[in-house]
Design a protein around this ligand. Sequence first.
Ligand SMILES: C[S@@+](CC[C@H](N)C(=O)[O-])C[C@H]1O[C@@H](n2cnc3c(N)ncnc32)[C@H](O)[C@@H]1O
Length: 262
Amino acid sequence: MDLAPDLDTPSPARVYDYFLGGSHNFASDRALAARMEQAMPDIGHIMRANRAFLRRAVRTLVEAGVRQFLDLGSGIPTVGNVHEVAGQLAPDAAVAYVDIDPVAVNHSRRLLADDPRAVVVHADLTQPDTVLGNPALRDLVDFERPVAVLLVGVLHQLTTDPAPIIAHYRDRLAPGSYLTLSHASSDERSDALALRDTYNKGYANTARMTLRGRPEIERLFTGFTLISPGLVQLPEWRPDWPVEPDEDPRRFATYCGVGQLE
Ligand SMILES: C[S@@+](CC[C@H](N)C(=O)[O-])C[C@H]1O[C@@H](n2cnc3c(N)ncnc32)[C@H](O)[C@@H]1O
């Protein structure tokens, strides 16, 4: 895969980085971010809530004893990424980051060059055999032991049904493994459709957003049992403090959950 980034075309990893307050984004990314904010003014707030869900989920998984993470669609490791959260609680935790975006991969590799408990793989998560066959990943992750697969904020970037892809990963996991995901939806917010259209136009043919409904997202957990509180909106998943009374969780237009392999 080519690792030379095209900086004139926006990329989902860099637009997300912009909304998280990172510095790995360029004029093309910021221009699209501004158009996305016109379609949905609180989109940045939602993206930050997505990253906060990821952090809470990783913490919960480490507390449950998980020591191996396979982060598919990991993005640019802006503040509070998986290796930081997991590493603080369990220094022996291993993290394999996988992303299709060259900027995300290059930056992650620079950041983690001296970390023997992390690898960064440049790959397309929709090719599970390629991902799982990667030698560096296989050296780090022992698939005979539980692994937490993270698919956070990425599945709505797949135009094909994610279910068979997830099943492929699931069938390679040891008992006690977990699946963590979040997925955008227009179930509760019709302006998510306008955001999707802006997104699809902005990325031209390089990325597309596919919104899915609750039953379709719930089905992605086939073979896993959702842990409490089930499939909920971003701020409702084991919040660190009660959700603000004036903050309607449905405004986040993103379902999330964690399931354990049956
Ligand atoms: C919005 S970011 C989410 C980052 C991180 N998971 C989080 O939730 O904080 C989505 C990431 O998925 C990556 N991505 C999209 N499609 C992918 C694919 N088919 N294979 C691997 N990565 C992909 C993008 O490059 C981007 O970095």
